[in-house]
Design a protein around this ligand. Structure first.
Ligand code: COA
Ligand code: AMP
Length: 630
């Protein structure tokens, strides 16, 4: 039996012993009573009765064990032209002080705190300070607009919001404060305080009685110690797109998360303490939570906080420069980043300027890794290029090539094998298990391993309905795909209304809700179409109300602006086709799958329930005018 097979078998047959062993990698104040509490399915609880502190495990214990002088964070910011290193001792002091400052502002164990910050070390300090106090952080990605922030404020009901005065996005300077002010005006819940980290290039004006400056409150703060929390207590809430405008608040616990994420650093990524690990993502996404912040720090690695882009800051050699300059051993990013580099520098000429001899592996996730990009990166870098599949809900890979256990030959287009802990099955829509090579719903047999979502914040009903009810006894991933004869998992894409734009997860349903509010729009459907750089981009088919006064181009431009303002620029909503009617079934259901197939140029079967088949020819013509299929 190969190393992987043995590890995988143990993890599925006896998850309790498997994860109890992994839990030895974490410091506990109190050992758990039960490794896995199965008493209330589908709510499973890992390490109940145990007590720990995630910040202690990510920071303090490394200082206590001799890593105080090692770099914990390297902030590499081509957009501001600065590089700053923070050692583990410095990080401990900064986190303890900021935790003390948060406490002085009224934050206590169990309170929620929203963090809205760009890629600066203070974002990590704020997250870790919450963890230190047992407060629950909810980081919101900076590319979301005020309205999206307001939705999250109302749902998470934070006592305090922590922000930066602004960010530099490529070449644009963005002021965060007006956005946050607008969100607080829109939200029903009003946070008591807003803490603002003032950046050199942009000073925000403080709103009296509500706003305080990070720099000032830290000056007066008393350092705070780590507060023991229960393993099952929440560490964070991370909102992610569902099928409607109301995002899902994925709730992560402390114990299972620390154990699993720490375990993955060696077993999946094959990194050791002291090595430099770089996830080129953003703290606002799950990849940022798991692999910019918690994973590398729990393991005692150095993490890179990169405030730049793969291209344009200043060129397509930026990633190679960072890898060389900071001795990065492992890079994790989204395929889009590599497609962007490939487009600018197809021959990889810029790579020749740098020495990447210490670089060992590239991991890609967030969207499907197309075989072309895989081959290009593999040939250029001459190191393993690993596609792995996961979701905000799981916090870590569901399927991967586990380099620290056993390296499998790569099959381009596949995320390789199920990660230990995940019993992946393929089911038909009727719940029947399908055999090798047969495409269907990818599900995971319960219980899920530690680190995965414990529930949805303040919404257990939606947790059960979204993930646990279509296929009882299984977690529904909402991805479709198949497993081949060799046990390799092929993920073909989402089967719901979620799309992946440049590795960013967005809801087409949320875009439809915005577009439907335009006074001239009668109805609309938004779906994802293929894009050679971003993987997918949204396209709206819009039916106008009879007698709509304005010109269609004008309406289309207004829709672009509305989506930018209400969801954010990262939705990349740019294309609208005005159509006479939408294709529907006789019961009035919009035939999205059929439209997606037409836009992609895929064969499709005429749905037997279609109300008016001639519409499909009209839609095909409309899409042709937009250059689709590409
Ligand atoms: N704050 C505010 N605005 C942001 C933002 C942020 N953090 N991130 C992106 N935006 C804005 C961009 O400025 C752009 O605005 P514009 O329409 O006014 O130009 C818009 O959102 C779209 O951004 P993006 O999709 O990133 O497109 P881009 O053309 O600026 O860059 C890539 C293209 C490929 C370079 C970029 O998408 C990229 O680096 N992708 C890697 C993806 C990644 O790291 N994913 C993380 C998950 S692992
Ligand atoms: P997110 O929650 O933002 O991480 O997005 C999760 C979704 O991204 C998944 O449900 C998949 O549709 C897609 N995804 C992530 N990684 C991969 C991958 N390696 N291959 C295919 N799809 C992926």
């Amino acid at each position: 039996m190969g190393a992987y097979e043995e590890v995988y078998r143990q993890s599925i047959e006896d998850p309790e012993s498997f994860w109890a062993e992994a839990a030895r990698g974490i410091d506990w104040y109190r050992k758990w009573d039960t490794v896995l509490d199965r008493s209330n399915p589908p709510f499973y609880r890992w390490f109940s009765g145990g007590e720990l502190n995630t910040c202690h495990n990510a920071v303090d214990r490394h200082v206590e064990r001799g890593r105080g002088d090692q770099a914990a964070i390297i902030h590499d910011s081509p957009v501001t032209g600065t590089i700053r290193t923070i050692t583990y001792s410095e990080l401990r002091d900064q986190v303890a002080l900021f935790a003390g400052a948060l406490r002085a502002q009224g934050v206590q164990k169990g309170d929620t705190v929203i963090i809205y910050m760009p890629m600066i070390p203070e974002a990590l300090v704020a997250m870790l300070a919450c963890a230190r106090l047992g407060a629950v952080h909810s980081v919101v990605f900076g590319g979301f607009a005020a309205n999206e922030l307001a939705i999250r404020i109302d749902h998470a009901r934070p006592r305090v919001i922590v922000i930066a005065s602004g960010a530099i996005e490529g070449r644009k300077t963005l002021a965060y404060k007006p956005m946050v002010d607008s969100a607080i005006v829109q939200s029903e819940h009003k946070p008591e305080k807003c803490i603002i980290f003032q950046r050199d290039f942009l000073e925000a004006e403080l709103t009296e009685a509500r706003d305080v400056s990070w720099q000032e409150i830290v000056r007066d703060a008393e350092p705070a110690d780590c507060v023991p929390v229960r393993a099952t207590d929440p560490l964070y809430i991370l909102y992610t797109s569902g099928t409607t405008g109301m995002p899902k608040g994925v709730m992560r616990d402390n114990g299972g998360h620390a154990v699993a994420i720490h375990w993955t650093m060696k077993n999946i990524y094959n990194v050791e303490p002291g090595e430099v690990y770089w996830a080129a993502s953003d703290v606002g996404w799950v990849v940022g939570h798991s692999y910019i912040v918690y994973g590398p720090l729990l393991k005692g690695c150095t993490t890179i906080v990169y405030e730049g882009k793969p291209i344009g800051t200043p060129d397509a050699g930026a990633f190679w420069r960072v890898i060389e300059q900071h001795g990065v051993s492992t890079l994790f990013t989204a395929p889009t980043a590599f497609r962007a580099i490939k487009k600018e520098d197809p021959q990889g000429a810029l790579l020749k300027k740098y020495d990447l001899s210490g670089f060992r592996a590239l991991f890609l996730a967030g969207e499907r890794l197309d075989p072309d990009t895989y081959h290009w990166a593999r040939k250029l870098l001459q190191v393993p290029v690993i596609d792995h599949w996961w979701q905000t809900e799981t916090a870590w890979a569901i399927a991967a090539n586990p380099l620290g256990i056993e390296k499998f030959p790569v099959k381009p287009g596949s995320a390789t094998k199920p990660a230990p802990g995940y019993d992946i099955r393929i089911l038909s829509d009727e719940g029947e298990e399908l055999g090798p090579e047969q495409e269907g719903n990818i599900v995971v047999r319960l219980p899920l391993p530690p680190g995965t979502l414990a529930t949805l914040w303040n919404n257990e009903e939606r947790f059960v309905k979204s993930y646990m009810s279509s296929f009882p006894g299984f977690y529904e991933t909402s991805d479709g795909g198949y497993i081949d004869e060799d046990g390799y998992v092929f993920v073909m894409g989402r089967i719901d209304d979620v799309i992946n734009i440049a590795g960013h997860r967005l809801s087409t349903g949320a875009m439809e809700e915005v577009i439907a509010t335009h006074p001239d729009v009668a109805e609309c459907a938004v779906f994802g179409v293929d894009d050679s750089l971003k993987g997918q981009v949204p396209l709206g088919l819009v039916v106008l109300k009879a007698g709509a006064a304005r010109d269609s181009d004008e309406i289309a431009a207004e829709l672009v602006q509305m989506v930018r303002e209400q969801i954010g620029p990262i939705a990349c909503y740019r294309q609208t086709a005005i159509v006479a009617r939408l294709p529907k079934t006789r019961s009035g259901k919009i035939l999205r799958g059929t439209m997606r197939a037409i836009a992609a140029g895929r064969e499709y079967r005429m749905p037997s329930t279609i109300d008016n088949p001639a519409i499909l020819d009209e839609i095909t013509d409309n899409l042709k005018q937009l250059g689709l299929p590409r």
